[in-house]
Design a protein around this ligand. Structure first.
Ligand SMILES: [Cu+2]
Length: 244
């Protein structure tokens, strides 16, 4: 009785698969931007786009797994104490095996190429007169200084639409400099300067957190950043006390 899987009876499987694929694509299109921090820079736009593309690409695959599981529960469940008759075999089905291999290969190669490309773009600088900001981590505060100005601040201020080059270091233990809204994160090491670039393109306030467990108050090693118009930024810079 459980072997009554003629060709027609798979129809339900395709419908479940199609419906779940549509649901998965909709989730992939809208969930990343909704669940992830507000995107405020080129890097974060790319990160959100990568999440969308990967989720949409994964939707038909995930839907295939869930659809098969649901279909199997409904149609291939064995009831009773007798030994079940063998179910449908796919191992020697040339069409299934070929499709599976081709789709897996195409998807994997696509994700690899996209991933490497995004990584190259993400870490790059456009080299157009970046604003340099020196970032120093110490237990358990961040400080920011602007070379050539003597200005030092515990909150970060940035002008909109200008590339920033963060030069990150630490004076005690390893910290992690992370701006989720900008899609950038880099370690802050003692005696080394690590650089990371981003271009903020939205006005507003964001959080800067430490991502390395750096001692007792690690969880409180958070401060605020602000993206200002370039005029506001210039007047903020001029209003700061000049420390030698
Ligand atoms: Cu820290």
């Amino acid at each position: 009785m459980s072997t009554s899987t003629n060709k027609n009876s798979y129809k339900g499987l395709y419908w479940i698969w199609a419906a779940l694929t549509v649901v998965g694509i909709l989730i992939g299109l809208y969930a990343p931007a909704w669940l992830m921090p507000r995107s405020m820079s080129n890097n974060m736009h790319l990160t959100v786009l990568t999440m969308v593309v990967f989720s949409v690409a994964a939707a038909p695959v995930a839907a295939g797994v869930y659809a098969t599981a649901l279909f199997a529960l409904r149609h291939w469940a064995h009831k009773g104490d007798d030994v079940p008759a063998p179910g449908p075999q796919v191992r020697e089905n040339a069409v299934v095996v070929t499709t599976w291999l081709v789709v897996s290969t195409v998807l994997t190669v696509f994700l690899l190429i996209w991933g490497l490309g995004a990584l190259a773009v993400d870490n790059g600088s456009n080299g157009k007169n970046p604003l340099v900001v020196d970032v120093t981590g110490q237990q358990w505060v961040w400080s920011f200084s602007y070379p050539g100005t003597h200005v030092q601040s515990n909150e970060l201020y940035l002008p909109v639409n200008r590339e920033v080059e963060f030069r990150v270091t630490s004076v005690d233990v390893t910290h992690g400099f992370w701006i989720a809204n900008m899609g950038i994160q880099v370690d802050a090491n003692v005696g080394t300067i690590t650089t990371i670039h981003t271009t903020p393109d939205k006005l507003g306030t964001f959080n800067i957190r430490c991502t390395q467990f750096c001692g007792l108050n690690h969880a409180f090693m958070v401060t605020e950043g602000h993206v200002l118009t370039s005029q506001q930024f210039t007047s903020w810079l001029a209003s700061q006390p000049q420390r030698a």
